[in-house]
Write a new protein. Structure first.
Length: 546
């Protein structure tokens, strides 16, 4: 299956462009049949074909398939070159070839210093990755039950980190018995992850084990970073883009992967510059590509469990015992929706009760009835998105009007969608089901009536709990756990320097907070992006005074 020729994904470089790039290149002769790089290789090179034919091949279905053919003027590569992840395809010389070889490090220099070439290459890399994903390519197979919390966790991690995978449903996939027999696995040992690149089979791996199996967890450089960002949501990603592009040695840590809470949004339509909207995952992926292009490093999963300061430096202590030293820290760890606490809910967490509406969850709700709890924009986006797949969506709100907490464009969209039913002044009281959710009891505070409705999933978008437990005893937080900054710190009397704290600075000089985790922040993607970029300016000012 060779991809259809696409001028965006497979452009030809002209002689002038090749000559410009050749100053970073080595001209090499590659004999027919030789590999330029192979699936699973890390830090593989970028090649421009001067003469001959190079073919690109993938093996995710157990059969070697040619997906692209490069001739004179064409170039190899895709997004993995920028993220430092292993190659997901193999490139080899079909004929004797002359090629220009450029290292991944020099390619980043070209992308930073030559905007016109950067635009061509980045557009091609992004388009190629999209074509690969749309083709059904999968570098990982997951065998597990739709009723398993662990299966959902694994799928969520893979989706969050943009790892193309295939899910083999233990209950429904006709090939499941054959695969279990092939890998000598019993149904009771699932979920399992099959890493195709390394031919490894891992039973119920942790997120860290999956990252190591897939080769996506980067070793940390244990020098002193100018800026360490904790949390890769919109605020953290923005800070990484601006910090790295302005020359700061920048490290971005996240316990799961890029995107944060915004990454769970199925469609964001009110973010400036994207009139047709984009998903939170797409926004996060584009931002991460920008940050890594400028030299920022993302390490995920990386769970920070403690923060300390000594002699003007800040130490971040990870759950695996590693320590990272930084001149400045940005806390952008974000928030999570509050867990649903009603009768019968405990056993369905991650297996029927969800706090995000992404393709991972939506795939399990096709042609079924679902409940959504919440009246904010995230709940509204989820309702519209799930209505395209579910037979019916019940949207439960405690108040009497959606307009009180939801953007008007979403209210109109919901009201115009036939299979969304708004239940006002209604709460969920009990969840029914044995192995899976079968229904829920709903109570209307206006009529004082209880009703049981059938459903197979409940989506919760209520309240926010900040991820600040690891800051205990070091950083000031309010009664809900949100980080205090700027004037809030100054007025508390805990500030020790003669100068006033910067707007986003915490009670500990050199440690800043941005985004949803900060007390008083506006809970919007654009606001988080603004705070993340603003924080970098304050960090420059702090470093200049140090």
């Amino acid at each position: 299956m060779v991809f259809t020729p696409n001028p965006t994904a497979f452009p030809k470089l002209d002689d002038a462009q090749i000559k410009t790039m050749s100053q970073w290149a080595k001209l090499k002769v590659i004999p027919a049949g030789s590999r330029l790089y192979y699936e699973g290789e890390v830090n593989f090179s970028f090649f421009i074909v001067k003469s001959g034919i190079v073919k690109v091949m993938e093996n995710s279905r157990g059969l070697k398939e040619v997906i692209a053919v490069h001739e004179a003027g064409s170039f190899t590569g895709e997004i993995a070159m920028l993220t430092g992840r292993p190659a997901i395809v193999t490139a080899y010389a079909e004929t004797d070839c002359e090629v220009y070889e450029i290292s991944a490090e020099d390619l980043r220099r070209i992308l930073n210093e030559m905007p016109r070439l950067s635009e061509i290459l980045l557009r091609a890399f992004i388009a190629r990755r999209e074509m690969i994903e749309e083709s059904g390519f999968a570098s990982v197979q997951v065998i597990g039950s739709r009723f398993s919390q662990e299966t959902h966790r694994i799928r969520e991690f893979l989706a969050k980190n943009k790892i193309p995978y295939r899910w083999i449903d233990l209950e429904r996939d006709p090939q499941v018995d054959q695969l279990l027999a092939q890998f000598k696995i019993t149904a009771e040992e699932t979920p399992v992850v099959i890493c195709i690149n390394s031919n490894r089979v891992v039973k119920n791996p942790s997120n860290t084990q999956m990252a190591e199996c897939l080769g996506i967890r980067k070793p940390l450089d244990h020098t002193v970073f100018d800026l360490v960002i904790v949390g890769a949501g919109p605020a953290g990603l923005a800070a990484a883009v601006y910090g790295a592009s302005e020359g700061l040695k920048t490290l971005l840590l996240d316990r799961l992967g890029p995107g944060g809470q915004a990454g769970t949004s199925s469609m964001i339509e009110n973010y400036m510059g994207f009139p047709t909207g984009l998903s939170g995952a797409d926004l996060a992926n584009r931002a991460l590509i920008q940050a890594e292009k400028f030299g920022a490093t993302l390490s995920a999963p990386a769970d920070v469990v403690r923060l300390s300061s000594e002699n003007g430096y800040h130490m971040l202590h990870l759950d695996n015992g590693e320590e990272i030293s930084a001149k400045c820290v940005l806390i952008s760890a974000g928030v999570s929706y509050r867990r649903l606490a009603v009768e019968g809910s405990e056993r369905f967490e991650g297996a029927g009760i969800y706090y995000a509406a992404t393709p991972v969850e939506a795939e399990e709700c096709r042609s079924s009835q679902v409940l959504i709890i919440g009246g904010g924009n995230s709940a509204g986006q989820a309702a519209v998105y799930l209505a395209e797949r579910a037979s019916k969506v019940f949207l439960l709100i405690r108040g009497d009007r959606l307009e009180k907490s939801m953007s008007q464009y979403l209210v109109r969209r919901i009201e115009q969608t036939a299979n969304i039913e708004i239940r006002r002044e209604t709460e969920i009281k009990k969840i029914h089901g044995d192995r899976s959710i079968t229904g829920a009891d709903l109570f209307c505070s206006k009529t004082k009536e209880m009703e049981t409705v059938s459903c197979m999933a409940v989506f919760v978008f209520v309240g926010a709990t900040p991820h600040t437990q690891w800051l205990s005893g070091v950083i000031q937080v309010d009664e809900q756990g949100f980080v205090k900054t700027g004037t809030q710190v100054w007025e508390s009397g805990s500030w020790t320097l003669r100068r006033q704290p910067y707007f986003l600075e915490t009670n500990c000089p050199g440690i800043f907070a941005a985004g949803d985790v900060r007390h008083g922040s506006i809970k919007r993607v654009a606001s988080a992006v603004g705070e993340g970029s603003m924080a970098v300016q304050f960090i420059h000012e702090y470093l200049a005074l140090s």
